[in-house]
Write a protein that binds this ligand. Structure first.
Ligand SMILES: O=P(O)(O)OC[C@H](O)CO
Ligand SMILES: [Mg+2]
Length: 252
């Protein structure tokens, strides 16, 4: 650790509407980029929210953003356990039953998934400039296929994809498993985690990337409590606001 980093917090500026940044001089040189999927590249978190509101309403309970924050980014069964336990319905509905109940609704919604603003521009740019890119999602294979069915060409730009049901991903985010697996599979051998930049929307995902020793740009939903921003190296309102040059990556 250099002397300066003892005194400089991760984020220097804190304002809701502008990008929050640590100075470029303190940032790692980035060679590889790893993307989260749900809520970051694809606007799919709203589907989970919609379905979970409906299910909790049957128990006369409301779904709020403090519960959402605890679930997002996690593997399905891990998020399901949080859902039934935190909402106090585990005596009536098990985590496994919850997954079955929400499935019919989700599988109708996922094929309509749309890209988040700036996702296509950033993926195409990094790929065109030869920056190795990969996907690391908590989503399992069957949901991944449904969510990406309208975006096959874009997701094919990824060098590789690591899914939540990958055998190497023993535990979901905030465990570093999915990001460490992604780091290992780049062409030419494993990438050094300290040279990897992760894009994430979820508190558990930001923690997972930091636990893997990587730098993280967080692009959170504005409804997420700001206290979850603290662990990220940079917080942006949109992928459209990302400036590759600040990370030593080729400019747009
Ligand atoms: O945000 P992701 O891509 O890791 O996906 C996780 C879950 O499937 C949704 O929260
Ligand atoms: Mg996500």
């Amino acid at each position: 650790m250099n002397t300066l980093s003892l005194f400089v917090p991760n984020q220097i500026c804190f304002s809701h509407h502008s990008a929050m940044a640590n100075p470029s001089a303190l940032r790692k040189q980035i060679s590889h980029v790893v993307f989260d999927m749900d809520g970051l590249l694809l606007d799919t978190e709203k589907f989970y929210t919609e379905v979970q509101i409906k299910i909790l309403a049957r128990y006369n309970k409301t779904f709020d953003w403090s519960l959402k924050a605890k679930m997002m980014g996690r593997k399905a069964i891990e998020a399901a356990r949080v859902f039934v336990e935190e909402s106090g319905i585990s005596d009536s509905l098990s985590a496994e039953q919850f997954l079955v109940e929400r499935e019919d609704l989700l599988k109708e919604l996922f094929p309509t998934s749309e890209l988040m603003p700036g996702a296509e521009r950033l993926l195409r740019h990094l790929h065109a400039k030869g920056v190795p890119i990969a996907l690391a999602t908590g989503s399992h294979k069957r949901h991944f296929e449904l969510k990406t069915q309208r975006h096959r060409e874009l997701f094919a730009l990824m060098h590789h994809v690591v899914l939540g049901d990958d055998p190497e991903v023993k535990q979901g985010k905030p465990s570093p498993d999915v990001f460490l697996a992604a780091a290992k599979r780049f062409e030419g051998g494993p990438a050094d985690p300290s040279n990897i930049l992760v894009f994430e929307d979820a508190p558990s995902g930001v923690l997972a990337a930091k636990n893997a020793g990587m730098s993280v740009v967080m692009v959170p939903d504005p409804r997420l409590d700001k206290s979850f921003h603290d662990k990220a190296d940079l917080v942006l309102n949109s992928l459209l606001d990302f400036n590759p040059s600040e990370w030593g990556l080729p400019p747009f």
